[in-house]
Ligand binder design. Sequence first.
Ligand SMILES: C[S@@+](CC[C@H](N)C(=O)[O-])C[C@H]1O[C@@H](n2cnc3c(N)ncnc32)[C@H](O)[C@@H]1O
Length: 222
Amino acid sequence: MGDGYGDRPEGVLGAAELFDGVGLAYERAFGRLPAQLAAVAWLTARLPAGARVLDVGSGTGRPVAALLAAAGHEVTGIDVSRTMVELAREQVPGARFEQVDVRDHTPPEGGYDAVCAFFPLLMMERKEQIAAVRRMASWLVPGGLLVSATVPADVEGLEITWMGRRARVSSFSAEAYLGLLREECGLEVLHHDLSVFTPEVPGGEPEEHLFCYARRGAAAGG
Ligand SMILES: C[S@@+](CC[C@H](N)C(=O)[O-])C[C@H]1O[C@@H](n2cnc3c(N)ncnc32)[C@H](O)[C@@H]1O
């Protein structure tokens, strides 16, 4: 599945290619995000033992899937990058990982108690991000939790250099992303916070991050 933009200019990578190349360097640069660790702690404090959790764009499996699996949850990670899936399988044997695009993933019958989605959608065009967030919300059991993060910015198809690679990214302002969770997905946003993180790489540029904790209504379909 492509990114929705049609042909990419030469040198601009799709998500799978880009993250195949980044591999473990991602974890070294971004593996100690305080806001992400807080989000996972918040989630594990609320989940019943053995909860079924999906981590979308699970990367190297650390820290998110590793922490959730260590807390005793049944964790599935999905990622479009083969390298990331291989790394995650090696590093987190207590979770299962599948190489699949979030747009093609089929949830198990009964869905998930929680879905984590930390920065997996930025390389899709906005209409595809909206569809993906709606689908992830629909995979939750009534009362289930969607914990997500994005880089808030009102951009569509912006070419950038990130981790030394050229990519095309899209995103939403913080207000629009919260509106997507609330109005498009019918979720209750329980908490959101903005933070700034500088990746731990030479010359790392500060990034703004938006973390959101949201819940599907208790009534089916709510
Ligand atoms: C910025 S990294 C974040 C990794 C991890 N969620 C974390 O926060 O540590 C984004 C991850 O999402 C994956 N990804 C990007 N587009 C995806 C898609 N359409 N479906 C599934 N995974 C995707 C990438 O391969 C990459 O591993």
